[in-house]
Design a protein around this ligand. Structure first.
Ligand code: HDD
Length: 727
């Protein structure tokens, strides 16, 4: 019988995973015990008076088991509840001493262990990975100087400028409180009501309505620290820094129709993708990038560096790539690691410090506060996944579930009985000292006027998109506002859109069949104080001097690799081995993953009587779970596939979602049976393949070469225009 060959890859250890080992339980070859270690003789029957009951209160084995079960759940995260984690390592390329004294950014020999958690924002823990949403990208570096958490997103800006609006934003986007609908979706009245009254969200809205909000994989998205942080070097000199993560596989997305289908076919799509990639040794990699702004350049930009609704265009400050993150190990236990990991922007190490960004400042409160509820008390730092790899010494004591056994009488400082220990660390000994920024100001509740340009970067983002990407933004807004029931909200949003781009507003208005407000007034930010003068809160219209930025368009991403792309081969008994195996070998040599899909599971028998492993039948596979599709030759196989409605649907859908498609010469008739048969190009020059993404015929090697070029393009969005595929 054909069996699948893939062996799980070796998952490397690091300084952090070694510290997890003593906390790891392995049950193989062990006898069952209670939590107090007493061996259990019968785990199938509770203790009863007679074999028909009643049950006896004395049954400590039943009571312990049931009580533990009754208490298994902890509160999910109030945002970013749905997530997936992985272990890995980070290594810096060159010492960064001129900018920061952080040890892990200076020693090129050190492999700093990391734990990364990716997430969606709005959905509950059990919601789909494919919601239109920002993605969390939180990295915990276990450095030799303590933990550093970089808690970012896959979008470089945020909805709001001041943390005090965060509960409002989240209440608006979460399911509506009366009906608890919709789950993991922003397409509803309360979200757009809030957004339409918050012009500062205009830039972020462009990003979440773009393809960035529908990543193909966590492994194919960028990450951003969002805020401006500070680097501090040994001399105490500070520079501003923005953090970036650049995926080595490029930045790729799926189509919205596809995303909605994936949510049904495999709601764990991103989680599975990350897990499978690591399990098979395709370790995801990102480069850490930094944009550095010397302190004296703080006011040189048209926007305020402290405003989290703004990015620094890469044209103005290039991103320097300073190190590499590799995720190389799956967690052993989801709850113990991925669920209990506790991130916080306040987990910093010497050499990294904060700025006065009011969003950042508010976050510095929120993260520890939320862990206290979520993880049940102040000792959450002792949970194995949260512990630093360096030892911890202070006078904090006790509390629920304290693990550490602190020896001695002394738990205060200063002390003489303990010889003054633990002693404070001098800066020269690695003690953290805050950057001595000079502050001289009255205490006010106010927002800086330098934050009031809400549209120039929203426009910059829109202008930077390719035509298909622009179309997707129009479609996304038409979809989302189409789900909004209150017409006044739709109209208000059109007013905002017209201040970003009149053409964009007109196209959305066309889809909604309402008119764009003519020359709408600049919107007031409605979060004004009770005694505030609305005029003081008007947005200001700034024409940014940069009109377009290449880095903002996914069309300019890496398109020269098919590594880890999943390719479906549609085949049946009688398949021609050469046409299957040659293309498979060529794709696998380039790092792609090939799965054979057939009418029935387990195996097919080739024209030469060889058994070929089948990963899925048409029952459990769907084109939305693959990046490309190929139909190998072989008279009987081709005839079966041509007659299989699910196979034709598979191809139609792959075409609709703009994927690369290939067929052996003898399988051309299968493509003839599709809705796109008229669109099959007759020549297969590289130019045509790059444009159309369909390859038919030629010898198997040539076909494979061209197919690889096509898959590397990821998608052929031009196909969307006619919208003639009823799949
Ligand atoms: Fe937040 C979780 C990212 C603004 C309050 N946030 C959370 C996570 C990520 C982010 C990735 C999940 C961490 C994990 O995987 O455990 N948050 C961001 C980014 C923001 C942002 C990039 C804007 C730049 N967040 C933000 C604000 C506040 C919070 C303004 C409140 C003042 N965030 C939280 C939280 C969460 C959280 C309530 C929920 C679970 C947790 O912290 O651990 O404290």
């Amino acid at each position: 019988m054909a069996t699948k060959k893939a062996e799980p890859a070796v998952q490397p250890e690091n300084d952090k995973t070694v510290t997890l080992a003593p906390h790891t339980e392995i049950a193989s070859d062990q006898l069952m015990t209670t939590n107090t270690g007493t061996r259990i003789n019968d785990d199938q029957n509770s203790l009863k008076a007679g074999d028909r009951g009643p049950s006896l209160l004395e049954d400590f084995i039943f009571r312990e088991k049931m009580t533990h079960f009754d208490h298994e759940r902890i509160p999910e995260r109030v945002v970013h509840a749905r997530g997936s984690g992985a272990h890995g390592i980070f290594k810096v390329y060159e010492p960064m001493a001129s900018l920061t004294k952080a040890g892990f950014l200076n020693d090129t020999e050190i492999e700093t262990p990391v734990f990364v958690r990716f997430s969606t924002v709005a959905g509950s823990r059990g919601s789909s990975d494919l919601a239109r949403d920002a993605r969390g990208f939180a990295v915990k570096f276990y450095t030799q100087e303590g933990n550093f958490d970089l808690v970012g997103n896959n979008i470089p800006v945020f909805f709001i400028q001041d943390a005090i609006k965060f509960p409002d934003l989240i209440h608006a986007v979460k399911p509506e409180p009366d009906s608890e609908m919709p789950q993991a979706a922003s397409a509803h009245d309360t979200f757009w009501d809030f957004i339409s009254l918050m012009p500062e969200s205009a830039h972020m809205i462009m990003w979440v309505m773009s393809d960035r909000a529908l990543p193909r994989s966590y492994r194919m998205m960028e990450g951003f620290g969002v805020h401006t942080f500070r680097f501090i070097n040994e001399e105490g000199v500070s520079s501003f820094v923005k953090f970036h993560w650049k995926p080595l596989l490029g930045v790729h997305s799926v189509a919205w129709d596809e995303a909605q289908n994936i949510s049904g076919k495999d709601p764990d799509f991103h989680r599975r993708d990350l897990w499978d990639a690591i399990e098979s040794g395709n370790f995801p990699e990102w480069e850490l990038g930094v944009q550095i702004i010397p302190e004296e350049d703080e006011f040189k930009f048209e926007f305020d560096l402290l405003d989290s609704t703004k990015l620094i265009p890469e044209e103005l400050v290039p991103v320097q790539r300073i190190g590499k993150l590799t995720l190389n190990r799956n967690p052993d236990n989801f709850h113990a690691e991925t669920e209990q990991v506790a991130f916080h922007l306040g987990h910093v190490v010497p050499g990294i410090d904060f700025t006065n960004d009011p969003l950042l400042q508010g976050r510095l409160f929120s993260y520890t506060d939320t862990q206290l509820l979520r993880l049940g008390g102040p000792n959450f730092q002792e949970i194995p996944i949260n512990r630093p790899i360096v030892s911890v010494h202070n006078n904090q004591r006790d509390g629920h579930m304290r693990q550490t056994i602190n020896k001695g009488k002394v738990s205060y400082s200063p002390n003489s009985l303990g010889g003054g220990s633990p002693a404070q660390a001098k800066a020269s000994e690695g003690g953290f000292t805050s950057y001595a920024e000079r502050i001289d100001a009255g205490k006010v509740r106010a927002r800086s006027k330098s934050f009031f340009d809400h549209f120039s970067q929203a426009r910059l983002f829109f202008n930077s998109q390719s035509d298909p990407e622009k179309n997707h933004i129009v479609d996304a807004l038409s979809f989302e506002l189409g789900k909004v029931k209150t017409v006044a909200i739709r109209e208000r949003m059109l007013g905002i859109l017209s201040l970003i781009d009149k053409g964009l507003a007109a196209e959305v208005a066309f889809a909604l069949r309402i008119s764009v407000p003519q020359d709408p007034a600049l919107p007031v930010n409605h979060s004004i104080p009770a005694d505030g003068d609305p005029a003081d809160y008007d947005s200001v219209m700034v024409e940014g001097s940069l009109k377009s930025s290449d880095a903002l368009s996914m069309a300019n991403t890496i398109k020269d690799t098919v590594e880890t792309r999943k390719i479906a081969f549609l085949a049946a008994d009688g398949v021609d081995e050469v046409s299957l195996k040659t293309v498979k070998a060529a794709l696998e040599a380039e790092g792609a993953v090939v799965e054979v899909i057939a009418p029935r599971l387990n195996y097919i028998i080739s024209a030469n009587d060889e058994e070929i492993y089948v990963s899925h039948s048409f029952l459990t596979a769907s084109s939305v779970l693959y990046d490309a599709v190929y139909v190998p030759g072989g008279t009987n196989s081709v005839a079966t596939i041509e007659a299989e409605a699910d196979a034709i649907h598979f191809l139609n859908e792959a075409f609709k979602h703009c994927k690369a498609i290939a067929a052996d010469e003898s399988a051309a008739q299968v493509l003839e049976a599709t809705y796109f048969s008229k669109k099959i190009p007759s020549d297969f020059s590289e130019e045509t393949v790059l444009r159309e993404g369909i390859v038919v015929g030629g010898d198997a090697e040539t076909l494979a070469d061209k197919f690889i070029i096509a898959i590397a393009q990821h998608r052929f969005w031009e196909r969307e225009k006619p919208r003639k595929i009823p799949a």
